[in-house]
Unconditional design. Structure first.
Lengths: 116, 114
């Protein structure tokens, strides 16, 4: 079946602009995660959704970042007033359920964001 | 807080050499441990995992054993191939109120030459 998909694959924007990044998880997966990966680093957790609600948003760096998942499937990560430091690869992952942390997370290909 | 430390890279090996990539962790409770791999031009994919102490995860000739006494989860392969060239990430999931979120190491670049 289809894996996790993310659009766009690349996004170039100017400092101060607003961007939206989309994630389409594997069908039937109730848990959805966003991570951010800077060059040469491992992914860092941003936010976790169980169904429609954000159960843990402790990784969002500041209030310019926001994410939604209104119907419990597709999620959108929104970044306001982008800064050059926001440049990174944004990864989405989904799993059947949190399962106490034992469930495998399936990752999308990522969106490479470049803020000029 | 939770953290994962991987050996410094990059690692360069000849085909059929033995591979070890060290990984140690700090976590409260009893985390699950994972190795993810990122092949050139592809997304992250799970290589193997272990969910309790002394468990051994294995896949594609790779193995890693969950060692609680040394808080380690070292990745090994007896004979690497050129196709194993990739970036390898060690990760943990603390479970409980962490809701399964993954904490990753910084990644180790492996290059295998013919």
């Amino acid at each position: 079946g289809a894996g996790v998909s993310q659009t766009p694959s690349n996004k170039v924007t100017e400092k101060g602009k607003y961007v939206e990044l989309r994630c389409d998880p594997i069908s039937g997966h109730t848990a959805l995660y966003w991570y951010r990966q800077s060059l040469g680093q491992g992914p860092e957790f941003l936010i976790y959704f169980q169904g429609t609600g954000a159960a843990d948003d402790s990784g969002l760096p500041n209030d310019r970042f926001f994410a939604v998942r209104p119907e419990g499937s597709v999620s959108t990560l929104k970044i306001q007033r982008t800064e050059r430091g926001d440049s990174a690869v944004y990864l989405c992952a989904s799993s059947l359920s949190p399962g106490g942390g034992q469930e495998t997370q399936y990752f999308g290909p990522g969106t490479r964001l470049l803020v000029l | 807080g939770d953290s994962v430390t991987q050996m410094e890279g990059p690692v360069t090996l000849s085909e059929e050499a033995f591979l070890t990539i060290n990984c140690t962790y700090t976590a409260t409770g009893y985390p699950s441990l994972f190795w993810y791999v990122q092949y050139p031009g592809e997304g992250l994919q799970l290589l193997l995992k272990a969910t309790k102490a002394d468990d051994k995860g294995s896949n594609k000739g790779f193995e890693a054993t969950y060692r609680k006494e040394t808080t380690s989860f070292h990745l090994e392969k007896g004979s690497v191939q050129v196709s194993d060239s990739a970036v390898y990430f060690c990760a943990l999931s603390a479970g409980g109120t962490s809701y399964g979120k993954l904490t990753f190491g910084q990644g180790t670049i492996l290059t295998v030459h013919p």
